[in-house]
Design a protein around this ligand. Sequence first.
Ligand SMILES: [Zn+2]
Length: 320
Amino acid sequence: MNNNILRLKKNEIIRNMCVDTNFLQDQLIQPIFISQKVKDSNEIPGLQDNYVMSLDRAKKQIEKDLKSNCKNYLLFLVPEKKSQGNFNLDFHFSAIKSLKDSFSNNIFLWADVCLCSLTDHGHCCLYNNNNEINLDQTLLELSNMALTYVNAGIDGVSPSDMMDGRTKAIRNILDKNNHNFVPIMSYSTKFASNFYGPFRHAAESAPKFGNRKQYQLDYRNKNDALRASLRCANEGADLLMVKPGLYSLDLIDDIKKQTNMMVGAYQVSGEYSGLTLAAEKDLLNFNEALKESWYVMKRAGAQFIITYGARKAKELELFA
Ligand SMILES: [Zn+2]
């Protein structure tokens, strides 16, 4: 076989003609952090152009983002008070309502559903006295949180806790309250990863004791990783996700084949900050490296990408 690759590389036109991976700007989701404590905004170390913001400042940021056609957001809310249960979600409700009142359908607003920024110990669940996960109570709190978000007008909910049964519990409570059309984007294959550092700083969600290996996946196990996404698919998730995205590329296609569902990738804070810090040391071109990382995730089959650089997409001239 005369398999010549170079013949189709003569110039940009023929190279573009032969590109087989492409995507739309709305397939990039921008995380956004709003804290009850922050007066204006604090830059998140390692995450260039990302801030923990007050609600007012977040609205200004979204106004600015919209000018760059960045419209799809994943919201993380950081309340002032931490406790052990019966969480007060007034701040969550009012922040979401205010954002949706301001931007209506000009944005699509997903919200992270998890307990780790609410619990005083920073874990994603509640515990019994003997330090076992209190699954029933955890599912109740998560369901209540999702319903609160939806009552405030959220467009979609995104459970990230990794408890068995959470997707089903959330789907049930939403359906019972006539919110049948609100989608669930589940963090379905989420590893106990070393690459979440900058995020935990921003969301104030670092665990005060132990780690999350009791409920997040072991990166050494492919079967568990696939089963976790199957679990969420069976429980009624509408969209699945792998996290950390770049370190889970091998799983995307298998999950799609086993579920016939769309699977996204979350380019997590540790992956993103690796690019930021290398660029600060002049070791790479940030924009070009970011672009490459997105194409690699799309090439691996990711339907959508959650990335701290979504708001920079226009600057990268991907969608001319
Ligand atoms: Zn959590």
